[in-house]
Ligand binder design. Structure first.
Ligand code: CMC
Length: 456
């Protein structure tokens, strides 16, 4: 192999301004020129790199998809280093200030802000799909009083598919539109009913004269009053929180939505899968974990000791760190402002001082600075939700409701993209070579293996 040749070819490619990547396989000395599009190479282009004709060809290995673009998308833009988040080009800060959740959901799903007539129609359709079939209440009744509401949500969202078999018609735009109204309309109802079930309270039905978040508060907190009137500050605070949570490009739950949806299952089943992905403590369940962590720390004086345990690898500082943001999460900044408004109205959450101290220490400490760990969206939301009267277990549900619009947009974009197919990654198989079946009486126990499964 002549090492000079590939380098010369690469220089030539540069001179000619070719948008390509030259790869040299040092095992064979062969070189390959791979096209670059949008600053990426296609993983399938690696397949031509072979040791010989019988070789399957090169793959890329990327556990957790840390450096793999799953799709092309025009929904949400994030610049993690600069701390930028935009939906369809609009900065999150402007939307949080000027828009409403339903308008933002329209934008995310349709690509453009609605005209007043479009917004009116959209709001009408969502509002008129807030009721759920009475039989769903029977499922909810079957859960224990202390069932986690996310478990109840996952089950009841999946169950919706059995009520709407027309949802299987996924390549029919009219059907997709209808399921979109239903999903966005019914999520708050399912969530509120799950909450009321845990309290043993009768379900409060939707009030279609109220806003999206106003009605949600009504279904959660209405007691004996004839008409529930939401507090406008809390209604707006929740609406802004919903805007901030509406989409976040290819995170774990959006990827679940796309992957499950790529089998062409109905959108309710895919949304149930996305909700399950969100439930985990590393994703949307983090807001719940933050509250539990702050409660465990218990006082400002005990923060340094807790941080010490985090640095020793015993604990995580929940609500800190992000795969994409290596700067302050722009949503966390807005959330801090909302927190002030809610605390002014409802009184200061006593855990706030502990949270502020965690943030102060972490932003100065070498461990966090070196790893570029900043507060993420979940760090302060729990404090707001708790102050608004939500129990801790409801926090991830408050993430799932608004994220539904993002999930549906991601799902629809995937379905309509001619380059997308059923998701089916590859693996690097490192297991046993072929071997013959051993009859049970001839098998001997391998000590190391039995020890690794707890001595069984
Ligand atoms: N506390 C302490 N150390 C951390 C934390 C944390 N919260 N997050 C990351 N690290 C460390 C991690 O141990 C690793 O250290 P080292 O290089 O010594 O091994 C380094 O920082 C890089 O972290 P990573 O785990 O490779 O990062 P990731 O991109 O795989 O994980 C994350 C991202 C969000 C899962 C992680 O930061 C985390 O677990 N944070 C706490 C949970 C959380 O707040 N999740 C909400 C995320 S934002 C909302 C959402 O998407 O739902």
């Amino acid at each position: 192999m002549n090492p000079v040749k590939p380098a010369a070819a690469a220089e030539e490619a540069t001179r000619e301004g070719r948008e390509t990547l030259t790869v040299v396989d040092n095992r064979t000395g062969k070189q390959y020129e791979l096209p670059i599009r949008n600053n990426t190479i296609r993983a399938l282009d690696l397949r031509q790199i072979k040791l010989n004709d019988n070789d399957f060809g090169m793959m890329s290995y990327d556990p957790a998809f840390s450096n793999t673009a799953l799709c092309k998308s025009s929904i949400t833009f994030i610049d993690g280093d600069a701390g930028i988040l935009r939906y369809r080009g609009y900065p999150i800060e402007e939307l949080a200030e000027k828009s409403t959740y339903l308008e933002t959901a329209y934008l995310i799903l349709h690509g453009e802000l609605p005209t007043s007539q479009e917004l009116e129609e959209w709001t009408y359709h969502i509002t008129h799909h807030t009721f759920i079939h009475e039989s769903i209440k029977k499922f909810l009744d079957g859960f224990h009083y202390d069932a986690h509401p996310m478990g109840m949500m996952i089950s009841t969202i999946a169950a919706l598919s059995t009520f709407y078999p027309d949802a299987k018609d996924i390549f029919n735009a009219e059907s997709r539109r209808k399921q979109t109204w239903r999903l966005i309309g019914k999520m708050p109802t399912l969530a509120a009913f799950a909450y009321r079930h845990s309290l043993g309270m009768p379900y409060a039905y939707p009030d279609n004269d109220l806003s999206y978040t106003g009605n949600f508060l009504n279904m959660l907190f209405k007691t004996t009053e004839l008409t529930y009137r939401p507090n406008p500050t809390l209604e707006r605070a929740l609406d802004v929180l919903f805007i901030l949570h509406a989409d976040h490009e290819q995170n774990c739950s959006a990827t679940a939505m796309r992957n499950v949806g790529s089998s062409h299952v109905d959108p309710y089943s895919a949304t149930a899968a996305a909700t399950a992905a969100l439930y985990g403590p590393l994703h949307g369940g983090a807001n719940e974990e933050v509250l539990r962590m702050l409660t465990e720390i218990g006082s400002v004086q005990r923060v340094p000791e807790y941080i010490k345990r985090v640095k020793a690898g015993e604990k995580k500082l929940m609500g800190f760190g992000h795969r994409i943001y290596k700067n302050y999460d722009p949503r966390a900044r807005i959330i801090k402002r909302i927190a002030d408004q809610v605390f002014d109205l409802m009184g200061r959450n006593p855990l706030l001082d502990i949270a502020l101290e965690c943030e102060r220490i972490a932003l100065e400490d070498d461990y966090f600075v070196k790893r570029r760990l900043y507060p993420n969206v979940d760090f302060y939301t729990g404090l707001i939700y708790q102050t608004m009267g939500f129990p801790v277990m409801m926090f991830p549900v408050l993430f799932a409701i608004p994220r539904t619009s993002g999930w549906i947009a991601q799902w629809e974009e995937m379905l309509l993209d001619p380059e997308q197919k059923i998701a089916r990654p590859r693996q690097v198989y490192l297991g046993q070579e072929e071997r013959s079946y051993v009859p049970i009486e001839e098998r001997t126990r391998h000590l190391s293996r039995s020890q690794s499964v707890g001595g069984l």
